[in-house]
Design a protein around this ligand. Structure first.
Ligand code: TMP
Length: 213
């Protein structure tokens, strides 16, 4: 079986993940790689429908457990219908957020716990893990400015949670990277788009070289 590479961008709100994911896709395509750019929650029609339920919830919103289950359900559909088939065709998949967002937001900040989130991932997605997870991190005041420019006062149900919730999320990503240095790379995301793009490429290029040997 030929197998592509699975690369995920992670981090808190306003870190520039979507921009860097798009730039990485352009760079890989210029190197001749067939790439799928996708995102979570979302990526398939079913998962995009769940995204809408999560970010603009009906009624009084979801409790932490229901929220964790919905993210896991969206991911299961995305993995089964888009990510695994693309990897099996030998394509590379670049995904804006994946499992570690559930571990940070629902598991740590939401209090559901890491074991429960990993358990749902085992049931839903056969515990699929990325080959490489790039965590973008930046100074809090810079991120707050970016978010004001991006969202104004229209943050979604999760982006609009308290500062302490989001600090826990950011701290969780830092801890994951320390705990599993082989799977994660921390990338300083506070500099110019070009500088961050170069750091991302330094982290990804070895995967491409390995493929070419
Ligand atoms: P986005 O704004 O990066 O597209 O992500 C949507 C929101 O969903 C963002 O606030 C992070 C949150 N999220 C979780 O809480 N858990 C998850 O598993 C994922 C993928 C996203």
């Amino acid at each position: 079986m030929t197998s592509g590479k699975f690369i995920v961008f992670e981090g808190g709100e306003g870190m520039g993940k979507s921009t860097q994911a798009r730039l990485l896709v352009e760079k890989l395509e210029s190197e001749g790689v067939t790439v799928r750019l996708t995102r979570e929650p979302g990526g398939t029609p079913g998962a995009e429908a769940i995204r809408a339920l999560l970010l603009d919830p009906p009624g009084e919103g979801w409790g932490p457990e229901a929220e964790a289950l919905l993210f896991a359900a969206a991911r299961a559909d995305h993995v089964a219908r888009l990510i695994r088939p693309a990897l099996e065709r030998g394509e590379w998949v670049i995904c804006d957020r994946f499992l570690d967002s559930s571990r940070a937001y629902q598991g740590r900040a939401g209090g559901v716990g890491d074991e429960a989130v990993l358990g749902l991932h085992a049931i839903g997605s056969g515990s699929l893990l990325p080959d490489l997870t790039l965590v973008l991190a930046a100074d809090n005041s810079l991120v707050a400015k970016r978010l004001r420019e991006r969202d104004g006062d229209r943050a979604d149900a999760i982006g609009g949670r308290s500062d302490s919730y989001h600090s826990e999320v950011n701290a969780a990503f830092g801890r994951f990277a320390q705990e599993e240095p082989e799977r994660f790379r921390m990338i300083e995301g506070g500099d110019s788009i070009d500088e961050v793009r170069e750091r991302v490429w330094q982290a990804v290029a070895p995967l491409l070289e390995a493929r070419q040997i």
